[in-house]
Design a protein around this ligand. Structure first.
Ligand code: ADP
Length: 401
């Protein structure tokens, strides 16, 4: 079965077409500047087909989907002969609130609930909904499935997801920890047991998703029991440009001193903070490593703050699960930066974590990077959120039959 995976943003739309007989993507691409002017980069992943990379007019998400389908089925750039070969569409949806504990087949009731979740993710959910509506208008009755960033974390117990605020804010406004990157943490939670040949029910895993946005998840018996992002993706670790955990009193102080309103303040916390804010150099760990190697002290400080923060969260999740068997690193930084992995693991020797310096040189590949005598296995597990979305979509669509 062939499944189209869509990740729709406000002005962009990323896609991959999967052949689930082989579990491989056969084409991928991105529409950019939707509603502004428009650009499509389409990359067939089969032999002998050229890449399409041109400006084209994309006034709305529907035109973007139409352009994607046209390329996927075209003689020159295509990988399927007609749209009827696409069995279903899987959508990444950022926020499912408490309504969605897993992936769902989209119908009018689901759409109504997705609309209700917009206030929880006002920047992301409207774009995800636009992507779903665009597919419905271009692809007709092809089944569509929503896969949520939040749903994996719906197994967290109340003691982990509640904030110590007046209880009415939870009851009336649904203020609680939701967590994000759930599709990635779920991938890690399934892949680690497969690699080790140990049932997931028997493992305590700490999954460290470290990319532009970073979050850590405590996974016990295959279920998320705690995670570092919260009501929004702004908290937990310091990230590329997001501040991570912060004393709320700081907001009031800066806003009074500098005359910012709340939107200006939150924008600073989202876009000008994190390792970019501390270093003043970059949000990209490659730039920070280079600058730190040349003696830039603030870049070195930003990196050390990140290592230290990861180590503190890992320690708290060892406490939360009363132990840990595996620490897994994933996403852009986790998969590629050996110095970041080493910097974090230096804090974890008290757990009996011992990194194998040679094995840690790996980039972008599955590997066990701890020494054989390490009490905790340290692993690199490249994430594949799109494959999780494609597989969920196929299972749900097949289950319907
Ligand atoms: P996103 O959260 O946008 O999906 P990614 O998971 O792709 O992000 O991670 C992107 C980040 O990964 C970059 O900003 C960069 O900091 C980091 N990164 C990628 N490659 C390397 C590398 N070789 N060394 C260090 N950091 C890297």
């Amino acid at each position: 079965m062939k499944i189209l995976v869509i990740n729709a943003g406000s002005s962009s739309l990323k896609y991959q077409l999967f052949d689930l007989d082989t579990e491989k993507a056969i084409a991928k691409g991105v529409c950019e500047r939707i509603g502004i002017d428009g650009h499509l980069k389409h990359t067939p992943l089969v032999e002998g087909k050229p890449v399409f990379n041109e400006d084209i007019n994309l006034p709305t998400h529907a035109e973007a989907i139409a352009a994607v389908i046209e390329k996927l089925t075209s003689k020159e750039y295509g990988v399927v002969t007609s749209m009827s070969e696409i069995g279903a569409v899987g959508h990444r949806v950022v926020h499912g609130g408490e309504a969605f504990k897993g992936s769902v087949l989209i119908d009018s009731d689901v759409m109504a609930t997705l609309e209700e979740c917009i206030p929880l993710a006002p920047l992301h959910n409207p774009a995800n909904i636009a992507g779903i509506k665009a597919c419905a208008s271009v692809m007709g009755d092809v089944p569509q499935v929503a896969v949520f960033d939040t749903s994996f974390h719906q197994t967290m117990p109340p003691k982990a997801f509640m904030y110590a605020l007046p209880y009415k804010f939870y009851e009336e406004l649904k203020i609680r920890r939701y967590g994000f990157h759930g599709t990635s943490h779920r991938y890690v939670s399934r892949r680690v047991p497969q690699i080790l040949g140990i049932p997931g029910e028997d493992l305590k895993i700490i999954s460290c998703h470290m990319g532009n946005g970073s979050s850590i998840c405590a996974i016990s018996g295959g279920k998320s029991v705690d995670t570092s992002m919260g009501f929004t993706p702004l908290v937990g670790l310091p990230m590329g440009t997001r501040c991570g955990d912060l004393d709320n009193g700081v907001l009031q102080y800066i806003m009074h001193k500098n005359g910012y309103n709340i939107d200006e303040m939150i924008n600073i916390l989202n876009k000008q903070s994190g390792v970019l804010g501390v270093s003043g150099v970059s949000s990209d760990f490659r730039d920070l490593e280079e600058a730190a190697n040349k003696g830039d002290e603030r870049s070195a400080l930003a990196l050390e703050m990140f290592f230290y923060s990861v180590a503190k969260v890992v320690g708290s999740y060892v406490a939360a699960m009363n132990g840990v068997d595996v620490i897994a690193f994933t996403a852009g930084i986790g998969e590629n930066s050996d110095t970041t992995r080493a910097g974090i693991c230096e804090y974890l020797t008290y757990l009996g974590c011992h990194l194998d310096v040679e094995a840690n040189k790996v980039r972008g590949k599955e590997a066990i990077i701890s020494t054989p005598d390490s009490k905790v296995k340290i692993m690199v597990v490249p994430t594949n959120e799109e494959l999780v979305i494609a597989k969920d979509t196929m299972e749900i669509v097949k289950g319907r039959k």
